[in-house]
Design a protein around this ligand. Structure first.
Ligand SMILES: *Cc1c(COP(=O)(O)O)cnc(C)c1O
Length: 300
């Protein structure tokens, strides 16, 4: 049997949710569990993160998978919906779509029924989804023909809250406030993991951490433990060969790695097809029987 397996620590997931929620005690916490909970498996995440106020997923298929495990938790559709059938389905199941494009706005306005809550996305500088300043007011006015402010959350996404440079994020927050000021009863949601940790002034009504829930720091050269987070996933495999080499002998594809000294190379049964990517650098720590070794090259 193949020995390469990922192990998910549900206690660590629950701990990380508590840690992030404690950073923003006035805010509700949306646990982002898109893309199969960042590879940690939706079922594990839904169980371990049951204290979250909402779950957020990317697609309607994921929302259905979450609903099968948890019958009640509100589910936010981060990308919204794109087709009439999907939006009708989302309405029937009371999923909560993001409205980020004029087409999505039209789909929602054409429905007979109403969602209990909608998420109105503003593009404050990310340059991907969301209404830009010149069209956002008009779109919001249209939405307000059918919905009350209290049932709408204004949201935006940060482009680089994970870098030490603060100007861009501060400008995004200012643009957000300039728009949201006109809609004082709408709730507000800005922060991904990096925003949750580094921009407490932007916590507002809801935070939306993903990566940090899984124990990973969003900041470069920084470990999750710096923020009191615990690693959630452990990847284990086995050593299938150990051979000796002389100084200077090449190892692996392209012969880019040369033995710095005479020594032994262990080959592990894992590679890029398993998600252990070839750009994982030489020197990355690998634990073998509890002792730390250093990766020569990732193959696959
Ligand atoms: C993925 C995602 C998040 C979570 O981001 P992290 O950096 O993983 O914390 C939050 N909001 C939106 C819109 C996303 O797509």
């Amino acid at each position: 049997m193949r020995a390469t397996t990922k192990y998910i620590n549900q206690d660590a997931l629950a701990h990380n949710l508590k840690t992030l929620s404690a950073l923003a005690p006035q805010s509700q916490c949306i646990a982002v569990i898109k893309s199969n909970a960042y590879g940690c498996e939706i079922a594990h995440a839904v169980t371990a993160l049951r204290d979250a106020d909402l779950f957020a997923v990317a697609s309607i298929d994921e929302a259905i998978a979450v609903r099968e495990i948890d019958a009640h938790k509100p589910i936010l559709l981060l990308e919204g919906v794109f087709e009439q059938d999907d939006i009708a389905y989302a309405l029937a199941n009371q999923f909560e779509p993001v409205i980020a494009t004029p087409q999505q706005l039209d789909l929602v306005l054409a429905l007979e029924g109403c969602f209990s809550r909608l998420w109105f996305k503003l593009d404050t500088g990310m340059g991907r989804l969301g209404f830009q300043a010149d069209s956002a007011d008009k779109a919001m006015q249209q939405l307000l023909t059918r919905y009350e402010q209290k049932d709408i959350v204004i949201m935006t996404h940060f482009s680089d809250a994970d870098t030490p440079e603060r100007d861009n994020t501060e400008a995004q927050i200012s643009r957000f406030d300039a728009f949201a000021r006109a809609y004082p009863e709408c709730k507000q949601c800005l922060c991904n993991s990096a925003g949750t940790i580094a921009y407490p002034e932007a916590h507002r009504d809801f935070i939306r951490p993903g990566l940090a829930l899984y124990g990973v720091s969003p900041f470069e050269n920084c470990l999750g433990e710096t923020h009191g987070l615990r690693p959630v996933m452990t990847l284990k495999t086995r050593v299938v060969s150990i051979k000796s080499f002389e100084k200077g002998e090449p190892i692996g594809y392209g012969q880019t790695y040369k033995m710095p000294e005479a020594g032994r190379i262990a080959v592990c049964e894992v590679g890029y097809a398993d998600g252990y990517l070839r750009f994982i650098p030489t020197g990355t720590p690998v634990l073998i029987a509890g002792r730390e070794y250093s990766l020569a090259v990732c193959q696959g």
